[in-house]
Design a protein around this ligand. Structure first.
Ligand SMILES: C[S@@+](CC[C@H](N)C(=O)[O-])C[C@H]1O[C@@H](n2cnc3c(N)ncnc32)[C@H](O)[C@@H]1O
Length: 181
């Protein structure tokens, strides 16, 4: 039976939120919950990523989206990840793959980044977090920038395409939303 994984990690996110935040630390916009590689590929395809374009993954986890963007699509890829261990692991992987010229991880807060140079942005954050990042996206993104959101829409934006993936190979369904500014 197909299971909507979004429901599972929505719950995980709420619990993480309840665990509380340390003052002055970046706000935790989602728990770590990686996108399956098959879905990563679909996100980059749907986003129409081309060689040389600048892409950002907001909350890059283990860096899988950034790495595929640089390695397979020859894009200039940046991940933003506030978790020190994930940022270090993904940076080490980028180095071991010799992708440092075209891929990097910023160990920082999504809400404090300059995204104005982006051609494509990918996000896999909680619904309330998509609402929270929307004002900065509205302010910073130039005309033509594409954004692919995994499982949760950007409230108030209208997608130009919605891709339903019924089975990711492990019996789970996913929805991808493509937006164009
Ligand atoms: C659901 S995971 C998605 C990981 C990756 N983008 C993927 O799709 O495989 C969300 C990631 O966002 C990171 N994150 C949450 N809040 C953040 C913030 N304020 N700044 C940077 N990263 C954040 C988490 O640590 C986690 O790795």
């Amino acid at each position: 039976m197909l299971v909507r994984r979004s429901v599972l990690w929505l719950l995980a996110g709420s619990l993480a939120g309840l665990a509380g935040q340390q003052a002055q630390e970046p706000e935790r916009l989602a728990p770590y919950y990686p996108t399956p590689e098959t879905v990563v590929e679909k996100m980059l395809q749907l986003g129409g990523l081309k060689a040389g374009e600048k892409m950002f993954d907001l909350g890059s986890g283990d860096g899988r989206i950034v790495i595929m963007a640089a390695q397979k699509y020859h894009a200039d890829a940046t991940g933003i990840e506030f978790d020190k261990d994930l940022a270090r692991q993904s940076s080490d992987r980028i180095k071991s793959l010799d992708l440092q010229k075209t891929a990097r991880i910023i160990n920082g807060d999504i809400l404090r980044q300059d995204l104005s140079s982006a051609d494509l942005i990918t996000v896999y954050l909680l619904p309330a977090s998509n609402e929270k990042i929307r004002p900065m996206l509205d302010k910073q993104l130039r005309k033509g920038t594409r954004l692919v959101a995994h499982d949760f829409e950007i409230p108030g934006w209208t997608p130009v395409e919605v891709l339903q993936i019924e089975d990711d190979g492990e019996g789970r369904s996913h929805t991808l939303y493509l937006y164009k500014r």
